[in-house]
Design a binder for this molecule. Structure first.
Ligand code: HEM
Length: 476
């Protein structure tokens, strides 16, 4: 009541708080209805994936108050507000506590940690992903793509479902580059992390009553406890193996795990538990997102064959039929525009959240402590006031002169990788990987949308193609 009154007195309205659940029941039922079946083949996906925001923007304006259980959540879409929140270095707006299931996926690794711990982890991660380290990861990306494409030979002239292919590919890439271990060693971990994220996804709008959920464990609680333990044990095994080979060979390897172990040994900056959390974070943050970017890019290129051909001509001009290299992929400008437009229309991270640490002034508003802030990236990316009336169309040319021009000088309206100090640490890694894989596909194949493809984007944490992405593959 106090928060509703306080925000109301500043002109901020929203759906009323309902006892225990806040607005989560309404949200779930609207989402169930809108995402129930397939949709026509268009990219106008915002009303389907976030029907509550779509209708509440109309009713209450572009900044409004909603309730996740008893937590007030201010939905903020003004690019100036977004810039101020995400760029804040005084830590007025930390990340909110993750829910119980998400915590099991990322632990207290870089994605979730705060304060000094985050500063230390971020330094380590920046070091692991700086330009020179990225260069050394390119051969592993190419090798994994080659293995995938070898398998595609049996689909020539036929249909292939690429989403599953990319899921295996990106897992292998992250396994090899971050942990030096083979895909097979990481396979089990991926399966378990995938199960955990499905559980987190289906509990996204479930409100947990603190006392009761500690006594009565749901089947999801029990299953996720088991998965968490197995994941921990598997990572421990990988870490022990590496420690052993480090002791025997005296080398820690150039990959992320090697770096973490070295930091642990040299400076005691990170414990084994900390290393496990970092491993989980990189597996979880680094592969689902990249899989989705690749899948949606292939869908868009299968529909827009003119752009597919332009991208192919660019690849052949810059790389010929040879292997991609770091200098070559940095010159794939059209491909960069296609990737930017894919991330605009189908951003894997649909929203960013922050918390108000203590009472603070944000632009013209006074926000009370402990309120959450919700920045809906998908809504910003589809806003016709920013992108024009053609906001729902695939038009990579809007990025030909960079993000500032594409957004009419409101670059904070385009946030597929976040913004500010907590922006994605793996963005260059992901873009390099996607450019390499797309280039290698375009060198070998043309593809068109299969008649069996069903356009049914759903949002379970990220935006996913419910029935996969099927294309017809034609060898060149
Ligand atoms: C297309 C691919 C990707 C997308 C769209 C993406 C998106 C994002 C976004 C939006 C954030 C910011 C979250 C926030 O501010 O609340 C983020 C953070 C992060 N991402 Fe990514 N990501 C991608 C790939 C990767 C990869 C490949 C890795 C690692 C290998 C990675 C690791 C991380 C980590 C560790 C953070 C947390 C950084 C911090 O809090 O300091 N991401 N990502």
């Amino acid at each position: 009541m106090r928060i509703q009154f306080l925000m109301g007195s500043q002109g901020i309205r929203g759906p009323s708080y309902r006892f225990i659940y806040g607005n989560t029941k309404e949200i779930s039922s609207m989402r169930e209805k809108s995402m129930g079946g397939p949709m026509e083949l268009s990219h106008h996906i915002f009303p389907r994936l976030q029907p509550h925001l779509h209708s509440w923007f109309k009713l209450y304006g572009m900044i409004f108050l909603q309730w996740h259980g008893a937590t007030a959540e201010l939905v903020v879409t003004d690019p100036e507000f977004v810039k101020e929140i995400l760029n804040n270095r005084e830590r007025y707006y930390p990340k909110p506590e993750a829910d119980v299931f998400t915590k099991k996926i990322t632990g207290d690794g870089l994605l979730a940690s705060k304060g000094e711990k985050w500063t230390k982890l971020r330094k380590l991660a920046n070091h692991a992903f700086h330009a020179e380290s990225l260069k050394s990861m390119i051969p592993a990306m190419i090798e994994s793509a080659e293995v995938m494409l070898e398998g595609w030979k049996k689909y020539e002239g036929k249909e292939i479902e690429v989403h599953e292919e990319f899921r295996m590919l990106t897992s292998e890439v992250i396994s090899r580059t971050a942990f030096g271990s083979s895909y097979l060693e990481g396979e089990d971990i991926f399966q378990m992390l995938r199960k955990l994220s499905l559980i987190a996804g289906r509990n996204d709008y479930n409100i947990r009553l603190p006392g009761i959920s500690r006594i009565f464990k749901s089947s999801d609680d029990k299953e996720s406890d088991k998965l968490e333990k197995h994941i921990r044990d598997s990572f421990l095994e990988i870490i022990r193996k590496r420690q052993k080979s480090m002791n025997e060979e005296g080398s820690n390897g150039m990959d992320f795990l090697g770096l973490l172990l070295k930091a642990g040994v040299d400076t005691q900056e990170i414990s084994v538990e900390g290393i496990i959390d970092e491993c989980k974070t990189f597996y979880a943050a680094g592969h689902g997102t990249t899989t989705l970017l690749l899948s949606w890019a292939i869908l868009l290129l299968a529909i827009n064959t003119d752009w597919q051909e332009k991208a192919r001509q660019e690849v052949l001009k810059v790389l010929g039929c040879g292997r991609p290299n770091s200098e070559g992929i940095s010159r794939l400008k059209l491909m960069g525009m296609i990737i930017s437009e894919t991330l605009r229309l189908y951003p894997p991270a649909v929203a960013l959240t922050r918390k108000v640490q203590r009472e603070v002034r944000l632009q013209n508003l006074i926000l009370p402590a402990n309120m959450n802030l919700n920045i809906p990236a998908l809504a910003l990316h589809h806003d016709s006031k920013i992108w024009g009336e053609d906001a729902h169309l695939f038009k990579p040319e809007r990025f030909s002169e960079g993000v500032a021009k594409a957004t009419n000088n409101r670059p904070s309206a385009y946030i597929p990788f976040g913004l500010g100090p907590r922006a994605c640490v793996g963005s260059s890694f992901a873009i390099d990987e996607v450019k390499i894989v797309l280039a290698m596909i375009l060198q070998r194949y043309a593809f068109t949308l299969s008649p069996n493809y069903i356009h049914s984007p759903i949002q379970v944490i990220a935006i996913r193609p419910k029935h996969g992405v099927q294309v017809a593959l034609h060898a060149l």
